[in-house]
Ligand binder design. Sequence first.
Ligand code: TRP
Ligand code: MN
Length: 441
Amino acid sequence: MPSSWRERPAAQQPDWPDAGALERALKTLSTLPPLVFAGEARALRQALGRVATGHSFLLQAGDCAESFADFTADSIRDKLKVILQMAVVLTYGTGVPVVKVGRIAGQFAKPRSADTEVVGGVTLPSFRGHNVNDDAPTLEGRTPDPGRLIAAYHQSAATLNLLRAFTKGGFADLSQVHTWNQEFVATSSQGRRYEAFAGEIDRALRFMRACGINLGGEQSLHQVDFWTSHEALLLGYEEAMTRRDSLTGDWYDTSAHLVWIGERTRQPGGAHVEFCSGIANPVAAKVGPGGRPDDLVSLCDRLDPQRLPGRLTLVSRMGAGNVGKELTPLLRAVRNSGHPVVWACDPMHGNTFNGPGGRKTRRFEAVMAEIGEFFAVCRAEGVWPGGVHVELTGDNVTECLGGSEDIAADQLELRYTTTCDPRLNARQSLDLAFQVAELLR
Ligand code: TRP
Ligand code: MN
């Protein structure tokens, strides 16, 4: 049942000061329209099923945490632009269909390693995402406010509405392939490489038209399926968004097409696994270093008892240098268990460190190294390297070090705007897509 998680230990839940206000907010949410529809979640499960069997590739990308402050049409459009660019590079570069999933339209809540932090000598509750509290380091700002859950719902609805308009209304049409290249990207070496790619795609389309193919009638050239996802962290919110599908009678979490369980909340007896085991959406779990293979198989048994291809995605986040040692026994155990999971690589979270000035950062070269190790280990075990899960933005930020523009430690301060973890900028993201396409070929 949507509420059965309440009988299990739930890690990482905020300490809401006013239980009555929380209850009222959740009640309101449970009456609001669903953000996605069950049939869409089933279609994504089928698309991921084709990834599980080695016929497609998953690109899951977006902010570490969406922000109430950075909520504009431009920022949504620019994020979509870079994801479309990456998808087209991967699709055209490899001939493998790409399943496009955003960390967007609901990716607010953040797990934290400590409940409190000391800022300027004052102990404050930790920032847990804009759907819980404010990042400003004041007691007032950091006090969890259930009204933020409702605000997050409305921001998710507006974001999803614009994404649907863009992806179905002409913006994602393959004839627009040049317009996704933003000016600050186009001047870089990746941007020029992309322009050459886009020119080839134009030529391929002209060729097909000249052959007499009616391109206007080919829906798939003019639209993309773009799916939403976020971490299912705040179980009260997810429960309130969960509805019974009238067609099948199954429960669907209608807050997103796919939700995932984080590394810190995937205890097989815990509340998050209980909740996700009961919804019919495709689900994912992050898998970090140090886990036991039989525990991971138990998790697969809990989340994918019917062994449905596309139901469960496992997202490896081991850190560069660790993948061979850590992932190999897990790949083997899951393969031997017969669970038809998608294996994807999150090369971000195992490669985070504090740079000078205390800024959290990541090195682009470490991100690429982890992806390279992931592909090598999958190949060695005969497992399809099913996808990548990355944190990025369409903006020209300086949050991750290195890359071809070689962002240096003393440049981090220039444009460091993330609400949580450091993100790849649009050039670094495009660079990553070109390199992943080479690995996939
Ligand atoms: N619909 C196809 C797909 O999603 C082709 C396509 C249209 C496409 N626009 C795109 C692919 C933009 C990548 C990016 O694969
Ligand atoms: Mn993150």
